[in-house]
Write a protein that binds this ligand. Structure first.
Ligand SMILES: [Zn+2]
Length: 197
């Protein structure tokens, strides 16, 4: 069956989004088609505006529509703690924990960090923050992957030049998980990071 061209174009575009297969794309396209015209316009405008108005904060790299971002410009945030994350989206996860310090996002180019050579990483803006002397502790909140490990080691060496304490997130068992099904590396890390009870 041949679909109306504009409908097919919308399906094609939706299908390019992550985790959207052909069937979901078709269902979404038909849903959009049935929306009141004003709502469809809002959706289209929101898509255009997110690209035009959101950019990385010049200090921390958080996604923002004002520079510096709301975290960097908030005097109520603890300036002595700096949490380093890989992606700006990681900030949203850490925020949910109630952390009240500041952040530094490594990957500001929106590209995946695959195959990155740490030696080519731009750490100048990080060094600049540390040189100001306010930060007392840097928390490495990188993904528990081989890449994350390599980057963590590299960063620790850079940060150690500044007489700042470096810590990293503890690795452990997921809440609600079962020891029997934990992989060997997770279990070993959990054992190494054990705390007095
Ligand atoms: Zn910021």
């Amino acid at each position: 069956m041949r679909l109306a061209r504009p409908l097919q174009l919308l399906i094609d575009q939706l299908q390019k989004l992550p985790s959207i297969g052909p069937k979901t794309a078709q269902r979404l396209a038909l849903h959009i088609l049935r929306l009141p015209r004003e709502e469809a316009r809002h959706l289209a405008r929101a898509i255009v505006e997110v690209q035009e108005k959101v950019f990385p904060c010049s200090i921390c790299g958080n996604l923002t529509d004002q520079d510096p971002c709301w975290i960097c410009s908030n005097p109520g945030r603890a300036g002595d703690s700096l949490c380093i994350v890989e992606e700006a989206s990681d900030i949203m996860s850490i925020e949910r924990t109630g952390y009240n310090g500041k952040y530094y996002v490594l990957n500001r180019s929106f590209k995946l960090m695959d195959d990155i050579d740490p030696a080519e990483m731009d750490v100048e803006s990080l060094s600049k923050i540390l040189e100001q002397g306010q930060v007392q502790e840097v928390i490495l909140a990188l993904n528990p992957t081989i890449d994350g490990e390599v980057i963590a080691r590299f960063l620790a060496a850079v940060i150690n030049r500044h007489e700042v304490k470096v810590t990293r997130l503890a690795y452990g068992l997921p809440i609600g998980g079962d020891i029997e099904f934990a992989d060997e590396i997770t279990l070993r890390r959990a054992l190494e990071g054990r705390k007095e009870f």
